[in-house]
Design a protein around this ligand. Structure first.
Ligand code: ARG
Ligand code: ZN
Length: 883
């Protein structure tokens, strides 16, 4: 059943207070829920409670059983009528079986411990409730369980009582003083120990910090704890936001559908985003841990203190919190490199979603299963929308908007309009077309043409904006997008920009400390529009869309010469990288059409020289250089083609890599030699950057498949003192099939077979391989002891990894499609959320040639015709077929 934003109605009943009691058992778990209910009108409307897979034991109102005729229920809802019109107490007792809950939603068991995941609609698998975020209550939770099996009992808020019970059992009572929606409820019970530390807030509150894991993992929680403390400090410094309880818990669990969850004072994390040691985690893992620990902590204000009215507003908390975690990571590491990574992800994953059958606005208009809308659009494009406020209003203006947002809405469940109103009201502005970013799906194309008038000393930028049609939204309106522009003089320096004409009005451009700026933010809000910079004394090279100031596809008339110039000189780090990427994209598309025509391929020497001078420029950040050396992804290129040709894209990308490796062999070798890690691992940016550059260089060299270089990679692998270097060297070796590959994989397995998170890397590396016919190898790995279809991380590594190799997933014979459909149908019976994420790999099937289309379509039809298919998979598969 499809749910629509326009149908939103406020609930008839408020839940003032909720007292929960859990009696945890091996066969049955008994849940007693006592709720103080406040009718919001006297019309005696029925109270509709959500519930799934629950066994109702008793239902009482004000102490007496509700008579048979006054309630009815089906598999999804409990409907109670003839209710008092004044406040009343309702008691519901239900029975559940967490040990058989493979969906990892609601209350379930992971490695013998009990844990919960309630967002979005999992609380209804625990007890009957108004499972919607605009119902906010104070929760008290009593947990009873066997003391030996479950020595640790945790829930939200403060521990107010604990003690022993008969029969080897014990109990704990937790009280959360803050009102919250039920999706923020959490419970954990099991054999866990904690790393304890503390943080003193700016107002002097000493907060106990605890990170809980199984005993053997405690040494791996140092980095997570440090990240948490840094995040708490950062939120005080940047946003003036302080933690609001005396205790903050994080629990790491091995079986978790998503990354992590911001439950009030009891965050639950996928263990891959908590546990790290230099030997077992890569630099990317360290960075992800820091970012996600920050993300979940930041939700305490953006999500928990101010929450969403309904799930259509998800980006209100997620877009904003992703923006906040991006800013946090930027301040902890390198701002430019972080921006490059974030935009890369947006462009590869979100732009392609926006161009496909699942395209939806940052605030969707409808959904069948909310879990399918925890998307790159809601998260990453949502974060770009928040970033645009900051670009338009300035940092200080943005902060004023945030302050007003909390001042107005603390303790409330609100909508995206309220956030927008706070931002605009605090700054006394109105941007009438900006709200469209929440309502219109699709990536706008911004076409820019420029001209210089030497006589008038003006430089004119002509903009054309188009938002493409998407499923269900054929007509679009132009929307306000900030276009950040700099102009470079012939020395490569930024020109001073003093004023710009927009139509008939002349705007002065001022920076905080002067009467000019070097980056102007143009407000593009019409389908066609012209901006003219005055007093421009020589023909400039324009640097357009600096720092990727709006989530658009930029098409411009900037020449290749200009791009090489920007690559060498732009003061905007993002655009410096982007100039190289634009050149690479052009080159790749040119070579693809050459290959399709059967012509010989060759790479222009200017391109190689551009790469070489970037690598040799010692003034540059090494991670930035590593990013510049990395060509656009195959999927990014596929999106730019009328008919995606995975084999041609792959061959061309490989060809360019070989050309670079051949022509720059000596420089690349030097990069490997000069950037080896010191013996003790240091996760800070400079060291991470060195490793990044060294490992990219090694990857290029290994493509040459020369015995001498394979030996080098084998040695790098053997002598590695950290996982970053070890797994990079292994990946370099694995690019070519042969003895070195099988030997390295076998040795790696022997070394790490007991470290489940490291085994995920081993699985992913083999799954993502572009070696022809790899599907058989992946089918084999599904039987390997290192794989477990019930563990989401394993599925994401092996199955997700396989789908990331376009040549194998889109193999001409359809073997990749058949394999994925087999897995999806098997998974759907166990875990619909994970199955649904996997089936999404099919969604771009119409981008390919007719042969592949027919094969993919047949598999999608095989999936949708399956009896008992979950709503999750049905929604993705049927929408993929429909559009
Ligand atoms: N709110 C979580 C976060 O921090 C994600 C929850 C995802 N839940 C889901 N059913 N997809 O982003
Ligand atoms: Zn989040």
């Amino acid at each position: 059943k499809e749910i629509f934003l326009k149908d939103y109605k406020a609930p008839h009943y408020a839940f003032e207070k909720v007292n929960l009691k859990f009696v945890l058992g091996e066969e049955k778990t008994l849940v007693t829920s006592n709720i103080r209910v406040l009718p919001r009108s006297s019309d005696g409307a029925p109270l509709i409670l959500d519930g799934e897979r629950l066994n109702l034991v008793t239902l009482n109102i004000n102490g007496s059983p509700v008579p048979e005729g006054s309630y009815k229920f089906n598999s999804r809802q409990l409907n109670i009528t003839s209710l008092p019109t004044s406040p009343f107490d309702m008691e519901i007792v239900t029975e559940i079986e967490p040990q058989n809950n493979t969906s990892l939603e609601g209350l379930y068991k992971s490695s013998g411990n009990f844990c919960t995941q309630c967002e979005a609609e999992g609380f209804r698998k625990i007890t009957y409730f108004q499972d919607r975020p605009d119902v906010m209550s104070k929760f008290t939770t009593r947990i009873e369980a066997d003391k030996t099996l479950y020595p640790v009992l945790l829930s939200n808020g403060n521990l107010v009582d604990e003690g022993d019970l008969a029969d080897g059992k014990h109990f704990a009572v937790w009280d959360d003083p803050w009102t919250k929606p039920c999706y923020l409820f959490a419970l954990v019970a099991g054999q866990l120990v904690s790393r304890d530390d503390s943080f003193t807030t700016m107002s002097g509150r000493k907060v106990a910090l605890r990170i809980w894991t199984p005993p053997q993992d405690i040494p791996k929680t140092v980095h997570a704890m440090k990240s948490l403390q840094l995040a708490m400090k950062w939120d005080e410094e940047v946003f003036g936001l302080e933690y609001d309880l005396d205790l903050f818990n994080i629990v790491a669990v091995p079986d978790f559908n998503m990354g992590a969850m911001e439950n009030k004072s009891l965050n639950i994390f996928n263990s891959r985003l908590v546990l790290a040691s230099p030997e077992t985690a890569t630099d990317a893992d360290y960075a992800a841990i820091e970012g996600v620990i920050g993300h979940e902590y930041f939700h305490n204000w953006t999500g928990n203190r101010v929450t969403c009215r309904d799930w259509f507003q998800l980006s209100l908390k997620e877009g904003l919190t992703v923006f906040r975690d991006q800013e946090f990571s930027s301040d902890m590491g390198s701002r430019g490199v972080k921006r490059i990574a974030d935009v890369g992800r947006l462009r590869t994953a979100q732009f392609s979603q926006d161009a496909g059958p699942m395209a939806h606005p940052v605030r969707p208009h409808s959904y069948i299963k909310m879990d399918n809308f925890y998307t790159v659009t809601v998260y990453e494009k949502g974060a770009e929308v928040v970033r645009m406020y900051q670009t338009l209003l300035g940092n200080a203006g943005f902060r004023k908007g945030m302050d007003l947002y909390f001042q107005r809405h603390d303790g409330q469940a609100v909508t995206c309009e309220e956030f927008l109103a706070a931002m605009f009201d605090a700054n006394n502005v109105k941007f009438p077309t900006f709200p469209l970013w929440y309502a219109q799906a699709g990536t706008p194309t911004l076409t820019v043409t420029t001209s210089y008038d030497a006589g008038a000393q003006t430089f004119t930028i002509k903009c054309k904006q188009e938002v493409p049609p998407t499923p269900g939204q054929l007509k679009k309106e132009p929307m306000l997008l900030p276009l950040a522009v700099g102009l470079l003089d012939s020395h490569g320096h930024d020109m001073r920009l003093t004023s710009v004409k927009d139509g008939t009005s002349l705007h002065n451009l001022t920076s905080v400390d002067g009467d000019y700026t070097t980056t102007a933010v143009l407000h593009v809000d019409k389908a066609e529009q012209e901006f003219t910079f005055v007093n421009i004394t020589e023909k400039p090279v324009p640097s357009l869309l600096r720092n990727f100031s709006a989530p658009v596809r930029l098409v411009s008339d900037v020449t290749n010469d200009d791009l090489f110039f920007l690559l060498a000189h732009d003061s905007d780090q993002f655009n410096r990288w982007e100039a190289g990427q634009t050149l690479s994209r052009k080159l790749m598309l040119d070579l693809i059409s050459a290959q399709q025509k059967g012509e010989d391929l060759s790479v222009d020497s200017a391109f190689i020289e551009g790469m070489r001078s970037t690598v040799m420029d010692s003034s540059l950040d090494k991670e930035f250089v590593a990013k510049c050396l990395t060509l656009p992804t195959e999927s990014e290129i596929a999106d730019l083609m009328d008919v995606a040709d995975p084999d041609a894209i792959h061959n061309v990308r490989r060809f360019i890599i070989m050309e670079i490796a051949t022509n720059m062999r000596d420089v690349l070798l030097k990069m490997v030699e000069a950037n080896r890690s010191s013996a003790t691992y240091d996760p800070s940016h400079v060291h991470r950057a060195q490793r990044a550059l060294k490992n990219v260089a090694l990857g290029y060299l290994a493509m040459l498949n020369e015995p001498e270089i394979i030996d080098l990679a084998v040695n790098e692998n053997k002598n590695a003192t950290n996982m970053t270097d070890q797994v990079s060297a292994l990946a370099a070796i694995c690019q070519n099939s042969g003895d070195a590959r099988s030997k390295a994989l076998a040795e790696f397995y022997e070394q790490w077979k007991d470290e489940t998170l490291v085994m995920n890397k081993w699985l992913a590396l083999q799954a993502m391989s572009n070696i022809p016919g790899n599907v058989e190898n992946v089918r084999g790995l599904m039987e390997h002891p290192a794989f477990d279809i019930r563990n989401p991380n394993k599925v994401y590594s092996l199955i997700g990894g396989f789908c990331a190799s376009a040549v194998n997933f889109h193999a001409k014979d359809g073997s990749g499609y058949t394999f994925l459909a087999d897995v999806v149908l098997q998974l759907d019976k166990l875990n619909p959320q994970v199955a649904s994420r996997m089936v999404s790999a099919f969604s771009r099937w119409r981008r390919f040639d007719e042969g592949r289309q027919a094969l993919a379509k047949a598999q999608l039809e095989r999936i949708t015709s399956q009896d008992g298919l979950s709503d999750n998979v049905f929604e993705i598969a049927s929408k993929s077929l429909a559009s």
